[in-house]
Design a protein around this ligand. Sequence first.
Ligand code: DC
Length: 234
Amino acid sequence: MTQARVEGGAARSVEVIAIDGPAGSGKSTTAQGVARALGFTHVESGAWYRAAALLALRRGLASESTVDGPAVAHAFETCLMEAAEARGTCQIRLDGEDVSAALRSPEVAALVSRVAAEPAVRHVVTERLRSLAGGLGLVMDGRDIGSVVFPEARLKVFLDASVEERARRRSAGDGRDVAPATLDRRDALDRGRAVAPLAVAPDAELIVADDLTLPQQVELVVRLYHEALTQRRA
Ligand code: DC
């Protein structure tokens, strides 16, 4: 079993599959399918950053040009966040309120990369994400899961695709048109930030998904996971 070190606490045994990649690569849908196939829990870490951005908007902690990182981090640290699978989709509650739709709003999408670039916010989100490990196993998707949150994950996958394919997938998922240029801008912020930038971990399996269907992506990750388990036994 992989040892995930939880800051301030003891190391715990958890089985983790980390799926990282840029927006629209299909990581969340893939992670959800992999979790179902293996009986693991799925966590979409982007929702945690979106929740922090929503709090920043609602509490006036961000303007056009600045984000008050420590204040957003404090607001997020002290809120109750719950995630539950409901009818095939993930429902997120913030202090008891269902914010699943609000997290997908254009206002949150426009702000979230700047909020996620704040070191204080990354610190509290990372701690909360680590605390979710346990039970049978975890499939977590995001940008820095294999590199920072769970560097000792059993399997690390980096899922990529051309920006045109990603815009097509994101538009189909969100039910509204997403331009390739919008994704490009967000990716540039995610790749260029100082703390935990989006990058392929050296020991990650790179999957370029342009010519794969989502079921094929799930099948491939499940196969890679079984191979990783076999290597451990060998
Ligand atoms: O996956 P998503 O589009 O819901 O992610 C929302 C934002 O959060 C995006 O700008 C990248 C950022 N993010 C991050 O920095 N680290 C993660 N582990 C997950 C998401």
